[in-house]
Design a protein around this ligand. Structure first.
Ligand code: SF4
Length: 332
């Protein structure tokens, strides 16, 4: 059976000037470099990594907002049509986006009811009365009050605005929401409410989420599966609970070790493993394993050969030359 979403070997490369001035030579920035993802109906795939690792570009590729340099995206087995075509607009009703900044995603000049109705105006021929009724039902499903229909975005709190964005996304009954840092702009007290709302909507409506975030604590809470990105590539991928309990790739281990409070379960000691330095310039990706400049386990092989994703027991995939070595202390 085909997956809800299947991305195969996605690449998005940009030609950029590698120095100052008009005549500076051009280099290739590999924002996304060979990413494959699979997401089933009603499940959440967490996509994590530091800023600039390519996770947001991957989300845009999945939505078709950015055309890939190479690779394919299939939704329910069908290839994503070219951006801007009527076929693409037709498919976009099934794949919606939730942005980090709800105020930026909304038009400050329009009442929220009008904005929630907007996707229906684009994708369906329905009467104004039906549009209004469905908008009010979507508002209710995300916990907004009927009287807020006439309110403007600036009259709502950050959490309420994100509920408006969610209500608008739900208007076309999407099968997939791409959530790009959907709670990171909200107060901590509001974050939990929005996370609970996302979980509730998934349970009620069977929506799948591609949940893009740098916050591993939240990703662990919402995800069934997790993919970890570093400099445009996936370095580890697998079932969320097991990945957080026994991270295998040294980069994942460092990310998990940095989560403020983690119950590892089974009495496992929390690892002390701090990431050194910043990620390298993506225009000048290190040879071999891109993580070797920050990895305490790097060898000559790591500096020379690029590791590919290899399967571990339990379905985990890890791109590390040394992942099978007991001396590395990997517990996968
Ligand atoms: Fe570290 Fe080498 Fe594994 Fe890369 S391949 S993560 S440098 S041990």
């Amino acid at each position: 059976m085909s997956a809800l979403l299947q991305a195969n070997d996605l690449r998005r490369h940009y030609r950029v000037r590698s120095g100052e001035g008009f005549f500076a030579p051009k280099s290739v920035l590999r924002a996304v470099d060979g990413v494959s993802l699979r997401l089933e109906r009603g499940r959440t795939l967490g996509l994590v990594g530091e800023s600039g690792c390519g996770k947001s570009t991957t989300g845009k590729l999945v939505l078709g907002l950015v055309p890939p340099t190479s690779g394919t995206v299939r939704y329910r087995g069908q290839p994503l049509p070219p951006v801007g075509t009527s076929a693409w607009r037709g498919l976009r009703r099934h794949i919606q986006m939730v942005y980090q900044d709800p105020l930026g995603a909304l038009d400050r000049r329009l009442p929220i009811g009008t904005q929630i109705e907007e996707p229906l105006s684009i994708h369906e021929q329905v009467s104004p009365v039906e549009r209004r009724d469905r908008a009010r039902a979507a508002m209710e499903s995300v916990g907004l009050q009927p009287h807020q229909y006439e309110r403007y975005p600036h009259e709502l709190s950050g959490g309420q605005r994100q509920r408006v964005v969610l209500a608008r996304a739900l208007m076309t009954s999407p099968g997939l929401l791409v959530c790009d840092e959907p709670i990171s702009a909200l107060d901590v007290s509001i974050q939990a409410q929005v996370v609970n709302l996302l979980l509730d909507l998934q349970e009620r409506l069977g929506i799948a989420y591609l949940f893009i975030s740098h916050d591993l604590k939240v990703v662990r809470q919402v995800s069934h599966d997790v993919a970890v990105m570093y400099l445009g590539r996936i370095v580890e991928q697998g079932e969320a609970e097991s990945l957080f309990a026994t991270p295998a790739h040294p980069y994942t281990r460092a990310l998990v070790a940095a989560i403020p409070t983690v119950n590892f379960g089974g009495g496992r000691q929390r690892e002390r493993f701090l990431l050194q330095g910043d990620p390298p310039n993506p225009v000048n990706v290190p040879s071999g394993c891109a993580f070797h400049t920050r990895c305490p386990f790097a060898t000559a092989q790591c500096r020379a050969e690029t590791p590919t994703l290899q399967p571990l027991p339990g379905g985990r995939m890890v791109a590390c030359h040394r992942v099978h070595e007991p001396a590395l202390g990997v517990a996968a």
